[in-house]
Design a protein around this ligand. Sequence first.
Ligand code: OAD
Length: 247
Amino acid sequence: MSGQDVDEAAAELGKRIARARRPCALTGAGISEESGVPVFRGPGGMWRERRPEDLATPEAFRRDPLEVWQWYDWRRGLIASACPNAGHRALAALEASNPAFTLITQNVDGLHRRAGSRRVLEVHGSLWRVRCTACRREADDERVPLPLPPACGACGGLLRPAVVWFGEMLSPTVFGAAWEAVKSCDLLLSIGTSGVVEPAASLVRVAAERGTSILEINPRPSALSSIAERVFPYKAADLLDRLKPAP
Ligand code: OAD
């Protein structure tokens, strides 16, 4: 793609966003790729030849909590030394310019918050929070590296990451707010997600079923491309960096 193509695409995207009264964005791992955080599916998505579906489950944690924690600790270290990119910053700027904008993310990396987004619906939780498997107490924990396996400061029980694992329920409060947002938005940006993990992918489908325009930003086709009105086949930070700030 030439630079000109990306600039034209950014101008088109910028117009669509400026026209929307209640825009909404759903982000996935792809938005953090240009920060150096590997995506889950595709090149670089594996860790010690294990798939996320084999590690991010309650069963894997029961079987081998240390291995699961080693994976999370590795990701925490990698993310702690990464920085938010132009894509994260563009969405933070959109929030600042339009109070009706809603940002929903499947990412647990916290990079949207670090870029300045304040109203972020983290439907899969956060890597930077831990929950005690014994007393259920939740707390922020930003230590890198963690003493493994980490123990609860209150009761000494085994801590787990406060993220949603395969087979677990999403927080009804957070997911409910995301559902309401996609039902009432008039433009949905689907950014850097493969669209294969439910129920998050349904957020895009429900908006499409209501006739809302879906604009996808993803250099490769995703499971949601066919319901997108327009696919911008670019890297998210590359494209979003070219958006002109709202006048
Ligand atoms: P995936 O790893 O499944 O998909 C990443 C998507 O980002 C792919 O479609 C890539 O083509 C695209 N991509 C890669 N680089 C990009 C870039 N620079 N700009 C834009 N797009 C890019 O990640 P998710 O869809 O987020 O769940 O995965 C969904 C969930 O599966 C995650 O939240 C996680 C995982 O298991 C939990 O942690 C519960």
